[in-house]
Ligand binder design. Structure first.
Ligand code: ZN
Length: 156
């Protein structure tokens, strides 16, 4: 990463971890997933309300964790909100490939999330960056399996 990108990464990370977007809970017909990353002490609660065709109608999270975990969760919610199912799945796969170093080329669909590619050098940090995304995938699975609208499942 160039020094300029490194600076931008630090700024974006700090901004999102200090002022997380979509911070809060959804109660009305939302799927709830609790994510736990004991190796770092990160914990998040993700709430997703799915609309027609499993689009993300609304998404919020609460929790506490390191800057990488909180920034990743915050950026994820801004990125996924309002998106149809095919796009949310593609973004989750692209982000996973990015932070684990499997992606072949820059994926511009990820936007600011691309700045998180540096975590691939630190395997412990990959778990921090992935926690919210794994919770989202779990929420999607719960919704698709026909679980009650409000349910709680742990990932971690
Ligand atoms: Zn962490």
């Amino acid at each position: 990463m160039s020094p300029e990108l490194e600076d931008l990464y630090q700024q974006v990370l700090l901004d999102h971890s200090k002022r997380p977007r979509n911070f809060g809970a959804l109660t009305d017909g939302a799927v709830h997933v609790h994510g736990d990353n004991p190796s770092c002490g990160d914990e998040i609660d993700l709430h997703v309300r799915f609309g027609p065709a499993r689009a993300v109608e609304d998404i919020k999270f609460t929790g506490q964790g390191c800057a990488i975990c909180m920034a990743s969760a915050s950026m994820m919610t801004t990125k996924l909100k309002g998106r149809p199912r095919a796009e949310t799945t593609a973004l989750a796969e692209a982000f996973h490939a990015l932070v684990t170093g499997q992606e072949a080329a820059p994926n511009h669909a990820l936007g600011d999330l691309q700045l998180m590619e540096g975590v691939r050098k630190f395997p412990q940090r990959v778990k921090c960056a992935m926690l919210a995304w794994r919770a989202f995938e779990q929420a999607l699975n719960l919704h698709e399996s026909g679980a009650p609208p409000v349910s709680t499942e742990a990932v971690g």
